[in-house]
Design a binder for this molecule. Sequence first.
Ligand code: FES
Length: 237
Amino acid sequence: MADETPDNIAGSPEPEGTPAKPAPKPKAADGPVGPAVKAAPARERGANVAIKDVPPKPEKKDDGLRRTTEAEGDQNIWRYSRRGFLEKLGWLSIFSFLGVMLVGTLRFMFPRVLFEPSPIFKAGFPEEYLPGTVSTKWMRDFRVWIIRDEGRIYALSGICTHLGCTPRWLEKEDKFKCPCHGSGFYRSGINFEGPAPRALERLKVALAEDRQIIVDKSIKFLYESGGWDNPQSYLKV
Ligand code: FES
């Protein structure tokens, strides 16, 4: 005879105070159990495990500095900022100015001096000049004629008193002729034709200890001012 107690009636509620039944074991058709579950990776077992393994990232603090991004860094071809560039440009200008001043000061200490030959030279012995002759021996180097005439030797400057050309001695015509504008001078040096305003200049002459004639081109005697009467303007022979 079938047990018709309330426990055997399917779907009937259990009475209060009845102990709970153990969970039913899975059937073979549901797949393997036990080891397969344990071998699953931790992330498949739940997100809570992964979160516990990763250390928390430190929070970024705003330190006030501007950081360039990669895109900005690629475009930034300048090494310095604009302020740094202008600062270095200012220093460069100052040092350039000081350098130029220093070079100018040093250059001032070594002035460009034109070293001209001495205006004084020896013109040989008086006996080398024959009476009544005009010597052109020193014209090339000193632009000076040595003339012996009437018991005197004097030195005549070879510079035309018009515009400074060099006259030529024309022995046949017994005169000096300037090729520039045609001025003519006697052998004494007095002008007589052309635009030259005055006579040629005579130079200081003297006898050295060795009895050679010394000519000093730096001391000149003008006919118009009576300089030719000065004893330093001629040598008595
Ligand atoms: S420079 Fe000699 S005549 Fe003019």
